[in-house]
Design a protein around this ligand. Sequence first.
Ligand SMILES: [Zn+2]
Length: 226
Amino acid sequence: MQKRYLPAALVLAVLLALLAVLGVRAPEAAPTIGVYGAEKKVYLTFDDGPSTAVTNSVLDTLKREGVPATFFIVSDRAYNREDTLRRIAAEGHTLGVHSASHVYSKIYASDESFLSDVDTCANVIARVTGITPHVYRFPGGGRHERQAKLLKERGYRIVGWNAVCGDEEIPKADATRLLQETCRTSEGKSTVVLLMHDSARHAETARALPGIIEWYRSQGYVFCQY
Ligand SMILES: [Zn+2]
C-alpha cells in the first residue's frame, strides 16, 4: 500500500471497528437467554430421599413442568422404594450420592467408614438403576477437606448449595414461607443451587415446588441438572 493511502485506510478501519461495536451493542436490553447461552441458571437439588409420597409428588411436578433436578439419595431409605429410585432415573433426573445411613457419627468416624458409606450408597444406585453416580453432597454440609480429597480421587464432583427453601432451617414453615425463603436466598444470584429435601416429613416442600418453579421462570432462570 502506498504511504498516501494510509490515513484513509486508518479512518476506514476505525469506522468499521466503531460500526462493529455499535452492531454488537444493539439491542440495548440484554436478553436472559442470548446467543451465548443461558445467563441465569438454577439447579434444583433434593436431599434425604427417596420417600414414597413426597418424592413422587416432587417427580409429578417436575414432569408436568418439564424441569430437571438432582436427587442426593440416602440409600438406606431406598429399600422397598426401588421403584421410586428407578422413576427418578427414568424421568431423566440426576442421582447423586448423599449417604447410606445419614448418621453423622458413623459416617465421619474414620476415612474407612466414610468411604464405606459412600460406596454403599453408590452401589445401591448402580444396582437398582444401572447408573454410576458422579456427584456427591456431604451429609450435614460443611467442607471436610480430607474426605473431599478422597471423593475427588474416586471421580466425584462435590456439590454444595448457595440458596435454601428453608425446609430444614425454618421450623414448621408452610409452602408460602418456603417460597419466600427461596426468593430471599436466591435474589441477585446468576447461578443458584437450591437446597430442598424430599424425605417423608417434607410434604410442604413438595407443595411449594410449583410456585418455586414459577418464580424462577418469571426471573428468567434456566433449569439445570448435574
Ligand atoms: Zn441430608
